[in-house]
Write a protein that binds this ligand. Structure first.
Ligand SMILES: COc1cccc(COC(=O)c2cn[nH]c2)c1
Length: 241
């Protein structure tokens, strides 16, 4: 059965890229089902207002609870998982993507302005699972781009979405370390040569070299990942050098 992604947004055209390329093909093949809903369909006034001034004052605007409540009543059946992209959310990671890839139905609420009235989330949590999730420590204009990031990372884990050319078994982070450098032909390019080990045909040596490159790159760029990675004595020896 296809995984279903519903997205509620005031900028439906922002989600057009999901129709293109890989995900477009996956949708066409019935592997995933992506539906985009315009939040303004649930407004009640002639101006189709979705936001209002924040109680307690302060800058910016807050998205109205009644409009969102009406939209989520229609879009979310009981069993769905509601995702709210937000700078204030729990961090999104590959582990989140793996967990969500098992879900039948994900609904993404794309907030803008200063956010969505908290009661929308509190009310939704009465009848479905709700997760406020951050894709990183920076502030976007709205949740649409974060939603595309998350849908892409989840959809690619669904069987059949990726051609078998690039399986996700050996994803980055699959062993908790960063991927090292990659090379392809020609073996010499602008005076830069491919590391000789990769041309050696010695698979044991290649595997060991790649592990070393992952360790060194992780130590240099993301040392905090080393704590949770499974390192053997050879790994510790290399890092101690
Ligand atoms: C729900 O309320 C808001 C308010 C403002 C922006 C957004 C969009 O999300 C982000 O900016 C984001 C997500 N991960 N990192 C940044 C949502």
């Amino acid at each position: 059965p296809p995984a279903r992604f519903d997205i509620v947004t005031i900028f439906p055209e922002y989600l057009e890229p999901l129709r293109a390329s890989l995900l477009g093909k996956a949708s066409a093949r019935g592997l995933v089902e992506i539906r985009v809903h315009n939040l303004r369909e649930w407004t009640h006034d002639v101006h189709r207002t979705v936001d209002d001034a924040p109680y307690g004052g302060g800058p910016g605007m807050v998205m109205k609870p009644d409009v969102w409540g009406a939209a989520l009543d229609d879009v979310c059946p009981g069993g769905a998982l509601l995702v709210v992209p937000s700078p204030a959310g729990r961090p999104f990671s590959q582990a989140t993507a793996q967990r969500w890839a098992k879900e039948r139905h994900l609904v993404f609420a794309c907030g803008r302005y200063e956010g969505i009235d908290q009661r929308v989330i509190d009310d939704a949590a009465r009848r479905m699972r709700v997760e406020e999730v951050s894709i990183g420590d920076y502030v976007l204009i709205g949740g649409e781009v974060a939603t595309m990031v998350m849908i892409e990372s989840v959809a690619r884990l669904r069987p059949g979405v990726l051609g078998n050319a690039h399986s996700h078994q050996d994803d980055s982070f699959s062993d908790g370390l960063l991927e090292g450098p990659s090379y392809t032909r020609p073996h010499s390019w602008r005076g830069l040569d491919v590391p000789e080990v990769l041309l050696s045909g010695d698979h044991m040596r290649v595997d060991r070299w790649r592990r070393e490159q992952s360790l060194l790159r992780t130590a240099a760029r993301r040392p905090e990942l080393l704590e949770s990675a499974e390192l053997g004595p050879a790994d510790h020896a290399l890092l101690a050098e």
